[in-house]
Design a protein around this ligand. Structure first.
Ligand SMILES: NC(=O)C1=CN([C@@H]2O[C@H](COP(=O)(O)OP(=O)(O)OC[C@H]3O[C@@H](n4cnc5c(N)ncnc54)[C@H](OP(=O)(O)O)[C@@H]3O)[C@@H](O)[C@H]2O)[C@@H](O)CC1
Ligand SMILES: Nc1ncnc2c1ncn2[C@@H]1O[C@H](COP(=O)(O)OP(=O)(O)O)[C@@H](O)[C@H]1O
Ligand SMILES: [K+]
Length: 479
């Protein structure tokens, strides 16, 4: 499923109109879908709060349909007829022919459903003060609230709240989801999100939502006629005296993803991995942290792998070592996580490198303010690498193509989940997936499994190991 921004939606609209489908046809389709959803709620009295743009047009057309089908429905116009878009003017004229009643601001508390048609895709900048006051008034009315397209006050491109926003129980959008529908803080205002189709001219876009179908397509096949070398070797450089557990989680993630061989090398002693999972090839350097000169000892191990994971549980004093790995193993796919990210400040990377920062970790290598998908894509372009940005909504990008994963939740908010995730990504990479595919598969499997378990175990009780021990259930659905 594609995710569009406001410019792409406007372009789609224009292209559709150029094919000969009229704007009012699209508006009628939108309104009819909203009407059907509202009718099923069995409302007694509905009001649409209409702005002067086409978002108001959709809402007003819905009111006219409700009234025509016998439901009491009125409208409030926030502005003058003169200020209205052509589409909205047309809807006002039609509404008058159907005797739709336009009420004053004082009446808007008397309804059991409010339709928010104030502002949709046409929001510009911060909300004006008078609109903020109106939205605040609407938010304080106790009734069911339905937003047309996107709650008024939310930026379609970022999901930011532009001063204030209408708090909807249901949001009904058209043709495609927009970036603003799947990002926080907007998600807290959207309620139940419903996507309805319009006769939009369909095209290809660069941003998509991660879903089961894609993951099935990317998932590596296993042949009966195969051996451990068929499924690749991943070498994990992780851990320290300070964080001994991280390396264990990463190694377990890699082995349970299906990698043929997993080697774990830690500076400290973490022999316990052998008791937990004896198939992991383990080596300790018997020291506090990784140093540049360690490379000589482990060069052979690294050369035998097709994927290197470096970072989980290491400390900042290993930066030189990380730099050496990046510079000397250019043929290998490399995943840089956690404190390894300190090493990439001012560095040009490669297309066979993935970095996996959470919002806090971005500061380890750039002073730029990074928040929006545009900024993440720009960062990926400038660094010349793949990025898995681990915010509540995950963004996975190689700068040309971007995927959003919205399956996560607070059941993942526990130290170690990211370490496990790095291991899964490395494991799928070892099996032949590229780093984008590996990130998509791994976040999907981990989050989907956690989401299912949460119902039984609660989000408090969840641990990375509990999720890991159940990922086979999600994998079974994919193969
Ligand atoms: N294919 C499609 O795309 C289809 C699109 N469709 C629908 O059209 C919608 C887009 O319509 P659009 O472009 O007319 O803009 P829209 O969302 O009504 O916003 C304009 C209004 O917002 C107001 N406003 C803006 N900024 C503001 C601020 N900071 N603070 C306060 N007010 C502000 C602005 O006021 P003004 O600034 O002009 O005074 C004006 O009233 C889209 O979301 C969907 O619902 C459907 O019909 C199906 C097909
Ligand atoms: N509330 C949340 N919603 C969605 N995803 C979350 C949430 N909390 C954590 N996660 C996910 O869990 C993982 C945590 O990673 P990270 O912070 O690197 O963990 P650690 O470094 O402790 O192993 C990331 O993939 C992140 O996207
Ligand atoms: K709206």
């Amino acid at each position: 499923m594609y995710i569009l921004d406001s410019e792409e939606i406007k372009r789609t609209d224009l292209k559709t109109i150029q094919t000969g489908i009229k704007e009012e046809t699209l508006m009628e389709q939108a309104a009819f879908s909203i009407y059907q959803i509202i009718k099923d709620l069995n409302p007694k009295k509905v009001i649409a709060i209409c702005g002067t743009g086409n978002n108001g047009g959709d809402a007003l057309a819905t009111i006219r349909l409700l009234k025509n089908f016998g439901i009491k429905a009125d409208a409030y116009l926030n502005g003058t007829y003169e200020k209205c878009s052509l589409g909205m003017k047309k809807q006002i004229e039609i509404a008058k022919n159907y005797n739709v009643n336009f009420v004053g601001i004082e009446s808007i508390g008397d309804y059991d459903i409010i339709i928010d048609g104030l502002i949709g895709n046409g929001l510009k900048g911060e909300l004006r003060e008078d609109t903020k006051i109106l939205i605040d008034k609407l938010n304080n009315i106790n009734c069911k609230k339905i937003s047309v397209d996107i709650p008024s006050g939310i930026c379609s491109d970022t999901g930011e709240i532009m001063g204030d926003a209408f708090k909807a129980d249901i949001t009904i959008t058209f043709g495609y989801l927009k970036i603003g529908h799947i990002m926080y803080p907007a998600i807290d205002y959207i309620g139940n999100l419903k996507l309805v189709e319009l006769s939009f001219f369909k095209e290809r876009y660069t941003r998509k939502l991660v879903n089961e179908e894609q993951v099935k397509n990317f998932f590596p096949l296993r042949k009966e006629n195969s051996n451990k070398f068929t499924y690749g070797k991943v070498c994990i450089l992780a851990g320290s005296v300070q964080y001994p557990g991280a390396s264990v989680l990463t190694a377990l993630g890699a082995i349970k993803s299906g990698a043929g061989m997993v080697q774990l090398i830690t500076p400290n002693r973490t022999e316990s991995i052998i008791n937990i999972e004896p198939s992991v090839i383990y080596r300790s350097l018997d020291k506090d942290y990784f140093e540049k000169e360690d490379l000589e000892i482990i060069n052979k191990d690294l050369k035998a792998a097709n994927t290197i994971i470096i970072g989980p549980g290491i400390t900042k004093n290993s930066i030189e070592f990380v730099n050496e790995i990046i510079d000397n193993y250019t043929e290998k796919k490399i995943i840089l996580d956690a404190d390894a990210l300190y090493a990439i400040k001012n560095k040009k990377l490669r297309k066979n490198i993935l970095i996996t920062p959470h919002p806090g970790e971005i500061k380890k290598f750039t002073d730029q303010k990074i928040k929006t998908v545009y900024e993440i894509e720009e960062l990926s372009k400038n660094l010349n690498c793949n990025i898995l940005y681990k915010n509540s909504t995950n963004i996975i990008t190689d700068s040309q193509n971007t995927y959003f994963n919205v399956l996560g939740g607070s059941f993942l908010s526990k130290g170690g989940t990211g370490d496990l995730l790095s291991g899964l990504i490395g494991g799928f990479s070892a099996q032949g997936c590229n780093l984008m595919e590996s990130s998509i598969i791994s976040t999907y499997i981990l989050y989907k499994t956690g989401r299912k378990l949460q119902e039984e175990y609660t989000s408090n009780y969840m641990t990375p190991i509990l999720i890991l021990n159940n990922i086979y259930k999600t994998i079974k659905e994919l193969i």
